[in-house]
Ligand binder design. Structure first.
Ligand code: NI
Length: 152
């Protein structure tokens, strides 16, 4: 059947392009129930070149910064505190996000998420973005340095 590379390309018509996963709805509550690891994001979906990641968090993450990308946070449950070094006076401030609230950490800004009582969050960032940024403080054992794990 094969008649060469040119036809092989032609046969991969746009409507027939294979999908890595079937397009199915994702129940975020069920997805969150499917894992227990803290500070270890799962990739729930991809939108063009971006991951939609979900994570369970408790305690403190690590101070870090993403040199080339903003980072979007949505709190699904609980309260998230994001410490920022925004450079205005060299000082730190804390943004408090409750359920249903969103925040974007600007690219290159040092930040440290934390949640004393625990929270579930949704993140939007470019596929391949490392969870601990391009530069970070010494990594504690409880922080997973990952570009996001697959959902089971
Ligand atoms: Ni970050």
């Amino acid at each position: 059947m094969s008649t060469g590379p040119a036809n092989a390309v032609a046969e991969a018509a746009p409507a027939e392009l294979p999908r890595v996963r079937r397009a199915e709805p994702i129940d975020l509550a069920a997805a969150l129930d499917s894992f227990e690891e803290l500070w270890s994001p799962r990739v729930a979906a991809r939108v063009n070149d971006y991951d939609i990641r979900i994570a369970k968090v408790a305690g403190e993450h690590v101070w870090h910064a993403h040199s080339d990308t903003d980072e979007f946070f949505l709190v699904l449950e609980g309260t998230l505190y994001i410490s920022l070094r925004d450079g205005l006076d060299g000082g730190e401030r804390v943004v408090i996000l409750n359920r249903g609230e969103i925040f974007v950490v600007p690219r290159n800004m040092e930040h440290r998420p934390a949640s004393p009582a625990g929270a579930s969050i949704l993140l939007v960032e470019p596929t391949g973005t490392l969870s601990v940024g391009d530069r970070h403080d010494l990594l504690p054992d409880h922080v997973d340095a990952t570009t996001g794990h697959a959902l089971d």
